[in-house]
Design a protein. Structure first.
Length: 156
């Protein structure tokens, strides 16, 4: 089975100039882990996932300084978070997204996809064609559903 056989073709995507609070609302309302960021030609330029919203302090969102602190195996004090990392009402997807996101090819075998999820620890991966154009999205839940449909009974 290939990625194209299990991916969702109806993908919620966002543009780089969209306000980040709108993206948060999309994730919550649609109960999804992330959204690909695409340009006007539907070419994937990044991704916004739940992880991007990980740090919150005093009703303000922070990201890069928090991640740097976690990489150093310590939790930051609110005072250590830099002003430039504060996310405000004018923050756009471009300011917030993860650039150069991992994508998979629709022709990739499901077993290979499983390894990508296992090694990377992702919940959601955009599916792109050879030109980088968004054509679907696949999640760990899609793999679980595929596995549940397989017949694992052994024939004698």
């Amino acid at each position: 089975m290939k990625v194209k056989d299990i991916m969702c073709e109806k993908v919620i995507s966002v543009r780089p100039d969209m306000n980040i609070s709108e993206v948060a609302k999309l994730l919550v309302e649609n109960k999804i882990h992330g959204v690909p960021v695409v340009d006007e030609d539907k070419k994937i330029v990044g991704i916004v996932t739940e992880t991007n919203f990980f740090a919150k302090a005093d009703d303000k969102w922070y990201l890069s300084q928090f991640i740097n602190s976690v990489k150093e195996n310590k939790l930051p004090d609110v005072g250590d978070l830099k002003e430039k990392d504060e996310l405000g009402k004018e923050t756009t997807v471009k300011d917030f997204m993860t650039e150069g996101c991992v994508t998979v090819d629709p022709e990739m075998e499901a077993d290979e996809l499983f390894e990508v999820f296992r090694k990377r620890g992702f919940h959601t991966i955009p599916v792109a064609d050879a030109e980088g154009i968004l054509c679907g999205i696949v999640s760990v839940a899609d793999l679980i559903a595929m596995s549940a449909k397989k017949d694992y009974t052994k024939e004698d």
